[in-house]
Ligand binder design. Structure first.
Ligand SMILES: Cc1cc2nc3c(=O)[nH]c(=O)nc-3n(C[C@H](O)[C@H](O)[C@H](O)COP(=O)(O)O)c2cc1C
Length: 164
């Protein structure tokens, strides 16, 4: 059975320390069959974790006990039947690569990311993840996603951001 966990938290470390968070997360998540993405919007982390229920529970425990963030607000936590980030142990995006404010404006979503409904958050995280994929990964994406990328990419000025 598959589960997903989506939350916001308040970052207690500056953005230049995020690399150590997502590098560690990727190393831990990969072997567990976990996929997902982490987005930093200013001082707020928004993270989506998906995978086998037992593995999600393990990762959740890791996340909840980490002092590099606090004030964790769970948006959803439970069974799901779709994987959105298959093959990605943990993506990472920031407001510099894909900004919630401008996406929310065009999508009619709340301007405060922490007030957005889960569905809009997952749409945004998925979109941010796709436009952030380095070009050499775009070649490898599954056929279904390729069509989606084609539609999305022309909307991004400056092409694909390479920051990971
Ligand atoms: C924003 C954020 C995201 C994290 N995401 C993950 C994750 O996806 N998987 C995971 O196993 N741990 C995650 N963690 C936890 C840590 O990366 C770390 O691996 C874990 O707390 C163990 O660290 P320690 O042994 O130094 O205490 C996250 C922590 C933070 C602050």
């Amino acid at each position: 059975m598959y589960s997903a966990f989506l939350y916001h938290s308040q970052a207690m470390v500056p953005q230049d320390r995020d690399r150590s968070i997502y590098t560690m997360a990727r190393a831990f998540n990969g072997p567990l069959g976990i996929s997902g993405t982490l987005h930093r919007q200013g001082g707020t982390f928004t993270q989506y974790v998906e995978g086998p229920t037992e593995a999600v529970e393990l990762v959740k425990a890791n996340i909840l006990q980490d002092s590099r963030h606090r004030n964790i607000r769970v948006v959803c936590d439970g069974p799901v039947d779709t994987r959105y980030f298959d093959g990605w142990a943990m993506g990472y995006t920031t407001e510099q690569t894909c900004c919630w404010d401008s996406w929310a404006k065009s999508a009619g979503a709340p301007s405060d990311i922490t007030l957005a409904p889960a569905k809009r958050l997952v749409e945004f995280l998925h979109y941010a993840h796709l436009i952030n994929l380095p070009a050499h990964h775009v070649r490898d994406v599954q056929p279904g996603m390729r069509g989606r990328l084609k539609r999305l990419l022309p909307r991004i000025s400056g092409g694909i951001a390479h920051q990971r």
